[in-house]
Write a protein that binds this ligand. Sequence first.
Ligand SMILES: [Zn+2]
Length: 537
Amino acid sequence: MRILVVLCFFALQITPVSAQKPKIVIGVVVDQMRYDFLYRYECQYTNDGFKRLMREGTNCTNTHYPYYQTVTAAGHATVYTGSVPAHHGIIGNSWYDRESMRNIYCTEDKSVTGVECSDRVGQRSPRNMWSTTIGDQLKLSNNFKSKVYGISIKDRGAILPAGHSANSALWFDYVSGKFISSSFYGDKLPASVVSFNNKKRPHHYVQKPWELSLPITQYTQSTVDDVPWEGISDLEEQSVFPHLLKAPFNNPFSELTSSPHGNTILFELAKEIIEGEKLGSSDVIDMLCISFSSPDLIGHRFGPNSIETQDTYLRLDKEMGEFLKYLDKRYGVGNYLMFLTADHGVMDVPGFWKANKLPAYGVSDISMKKVINEALSAKYGNHLFIAAQASVHEEVFFDQAVLDSLKLSFKDIHDVLYPIVIKLPHVANFINLRDFENTPISGHLKNFIRNGYNNQRTGDMLIVNKPGTIMGYKTGTGHGTPYEYDTHVPLLFFGTGIPAGEINTRVSVSDIASSIANKLKILSTSNNTGEPVWGKQ
Ligand SMILES: [Zn+2]
């Protein structure tokens, strides 16, 4: 009897340790999912999708990006490297390279070739990212036995999460309708992806119009269907349901990805990879990084207050519920670890705000490049002062050779430009990034700049627009600012070893990687700046 008690004691001591290990980690990024979308449509969500994650998992309700350039590539890199653009190097979707004097795309890599696609869309790799990802650390923890895959419609949504040592990253070719890759990961696509491509699921879905999943009268969280500030596809006459997904013959799948079918295809591919590559079937932990790009493409065109966005999230919730049930069956409840977040939020459409008397600036008629060049030319003579301007977050790069030839410092030109730029109705501040530490700006904004400022890649000056501003605005909306609507995203942890509950203190998206590493008992990422959220309230 005594021996039995002792044996049971040892069994109790040992069993929970191995039971806490998941078979697989599933990272989910919903591109452009703002925090409030979890609650905005809550009464119409099923019990099995987002609400299950919120009910049974840890819901970090106050999770923010800690930098000003809230765009897709920076967001994905931050989630998976646990770092910030200052350190992981991905300061935007693209940036101006002073040495080659051209814009560099975040994942471009001329040393690799496309696999199952042209080099134009296939010359991609994670080499511009300076840090390891959580998937890399997982592989480092067990002599590269773990399998790690990244999938997304967008290449940057697949490549940056999967990391440097991934088995593969797969993204969507709008021309062929196939999932494709680059030679960085090997000369062939994984067998499961070849099998998926052969099924031609995108060809099937592109024939199916996007119709509302509920009667139109039930979309009470949204405006009426046809409003003047919604965008429209090239081949549609009106921005209303049903959307026929008609696309130009040379780009036949472009509209498919701007519909919820883009999410459906990704769920199907995820299951095909899990089964075909036998993920979570060995004695080590595998990882699958899924990034749903379609909500972003839909959100840019129609905005967060549209019936289109509401329907997208109702469908995504339903499909997420079905995916969780599939994972339950495949691995057993509690045997997989999932997190869900977004790469950035989004602003409401300026037109919608203006119609409701909220302060918004949809700016389509001002070229900041022109304003700055003209102001400096008036003072110093005709030259092309600006080398480049970041498209979203309004960073300006000056031509160093021109400044040198005129013996001008950044302070000189900032002194000339500040009173002119600041007078524009949509501008809140104009900051000399070369000297921002000595500039009297609020600590809050200074921290955002500090985390976003990369000494090799960031521009020279920053135009800080007022909240509610979208540059280049005609219809639809955007993101890329340090404001609440762009920084505040959902963060849900669910599954193995994750308690049910809420954390309401402010946490950073950079905390995700070390939170996962802590649960897996592995070293966190090489450039980690975050800390585990566990124990916070
Ligand atoms: Zn994005």
